[in-house]
Design a protein around this ligand. Structure first.
Ligand code: PFF
Length: 483
């Protein structure tokens, strides 16, 4: 079967940045920044992006581009007789599960967009907004319908293929996203009292930063750059050998980070200007911001623009999540793209229904003490995403080996890469250790041991695990070389 490729540099950048820039940037980044004290959190986040995010992104691009295969096929090609393909299966499954609930939140955004455009949202009294939001997400049918709309729109793009669907759509939507963001930023920073919000965002106060905040920054850097679930690997597999993937990874990382910061510049000056709290958590965009827009001149117009912005960001990300699964199904099961996309969409829709109902009728239906939405979120964010991430680091760093990754980054000598030592250290040691710390912390092992196990001790344990994995990796390499 002939594989599709991206057609232009700008198209690749728009698609990869479109994937990275999502609800994570415009919804989650501002609210976790708000909860963790603003600028100090941002500095830690930037360090995580450079030390962990960028090396992992480079590795994923290289693995995908080297093999021109889906996530499972890529590992199978590079280590045919070893069970490394399971790592691809972990990533594809993670993308599938994440999409099943990411589409629900995107559906809430679409619902707010339609309510805002029809003038309903702006008429809700600020003290009723919390109940209004609660009523929307707990109402059985409406969120299901909006989730379906999101999945169908996503499928409509994916079904057209990489060049005609994903690339064209990203090249069209990403400039619109940027223009809306700039318009909203200008609106926000010109409000009276906006400077308090800018100060909150850019003046570090380290006394607000906790260990939990640092871990959250690390986890979010991964989430925001779409790493650990084979998205970047799959997009990498549609990139031509001659492209400079280091430059591309740097561009995507910068774009993702800039857009998150710009979203902060839209949100915090406005929140402070109207005397509201920056730390309201996940409700920030659905509860706090509508109150801000209500108080603002031409608020209805800016509110609609804002939800359109998040809608665009969300859809370019759902497209990439779906592409991971569709690429896997088409190539591993030898199925046409159309049929694969329809089947994947139906399966996703079926899986999303219990999660949608978690906010209403099924809120008390629990497994392991969690409703479906929380359970899927927990399993992916805390277990399978870090697992996929560590496996990519170990595979790229120790099994396939940094020499091969660097060769691929350099396009066999075409684009000299002068950071190879730093990259190798980051991917072999820093990134897997960092991800393992998040993992151990988030699955609650820290609390479980309750022996005052410190982060330092965890680093040592993590280090030992990496060394064992490395030794095992070297041994298996030697064995396969001898064969
Ligand atoms: N990186 C995108 C975001 O920040 O919203 C999309 C995304 C992909 C989010 C994968 C989460 C995820 F696990």
């Amino acid at each position: 079967m002939k594989r599709d490729n991206f057609g232009s540099k700008l198209g690749i950048l728009a698609a990869a940045a479109g994937s990275a820039i999502g609800l994570g940037n415009i919804w989650k980044f501002p609210y976790i920044t708000g909860q963790n004290g603003g600028a100090a959190f941002i500095l830690v986040y930037l360090a995580c992006i450079v030390l962990v995010g960028l090396p992992v992104m480079l590795t994923e691009f290289a693995l995908g581009r080297r093999t021109h295969r889906n996530a499972v096929g890529a590992f199978k090609e590079l280590e045919p007789n070893k069970p490394w393909y399971l790592s691809g299966i972990v990533s594809v499954t993670t993308a599938f599960i994440i999409l099943s609930f990411y589409a629900i939140i995107a559906g809430w955004v679409f619902s707010y967009l339609s309510r805002s455009a029809s003038g309903k949202l702006i008429n809700v009294a600020p003290d009723k907004l919390e109940d209004y939001f609660g009523a929307i997400i707990s109402n059985g049918t409406e969120p299901i319908v909006w989730t379906f709309v999101v999945l169908v729109v996503t499928a409509g793009v994916v079904i057209l293929g990489v060049k005609t669907g994903i690339e064209k759509c990203s090249k069209f939507l990403m400039p619109i996203l940027l223009l809306i963001l700039i318009a909203l930023m200008i609106r926000s920073v010109t409000l009276d009292g906006a400077s308090a919000g800018l100060e909150f965002l850019f003046k570090p106060d380290f006394s607000q930063l906790t260990k939990k905040g640092v871990l959250e920054a690390l986890g979010h850097s991964f989430y925001s750059l779409s790493l650990g679930m084979a998205i970047i690997m799959t997009y990498g597999s549609y990139i031509d050998k001659k492209e400079n993937i280091f430059k591309l990874a740097v561009q995507v990382t910068i774009a993702d980070t800039l857009i998150a910061l710009m979203a902060g510049v839209v949100i915090f000056p406005a929140v402070f200007a109207y005397g509201l709290k920056p730390n309201s958590g996940p409700g920030l965009i659905f509860i706090t911001l509508p109150a801000v827009f209500k108080a603002m001149p031409f608020g209805a117009f800016f509110e609609t623009l804002f939800f359109l912005l998040i809608g665009i960001a969300a859809v370019t990300s759902t497209i990439s999540l779906m592409e991971v699964v569709v690429a896997f199904v088409t190539e591993q099961f030898n199925m046409g793209r159309k049929k694969a996309t329809v089947l994947v969409t139906l399966a996703l829709f079926a899986l999303s229904i219990p999660s949608t109902l978690s906010f209403g009728a099924w809120s008390e239906v629990k497994m392991f003490g969690k409703n479906f939405f929380d359970l899927f979120d927990y399993i992916t964010a805390n277990i399978s995403l870090p697992l996929g991430g560590v496996l990519v680091c170990v595979f790229g760093g120790w099994i396939w080996g940094t020499k091969n990754v660097v060769k691929e980054i350099e396009s066999d000598g075409l684009h000299p890469f002068s950071w190879s030592n730093l990259y190798s250290f980051a991917i072999k040691v820093v990134a897997p250790l960092a991800i393992m710390v998040i993992f151990v912390h988030s699955i609650g092992l820290m609390e479980y041991f309750k022996t005052g196990l410190s982060t330092n001790a965890l680093l040592v344990v993590g280090g030992l695990v990496v060394l064992v994995l490395a030794a095992w990796g070297l041994k298996s390499r030697r064995t396969s070389n001898e064969e």
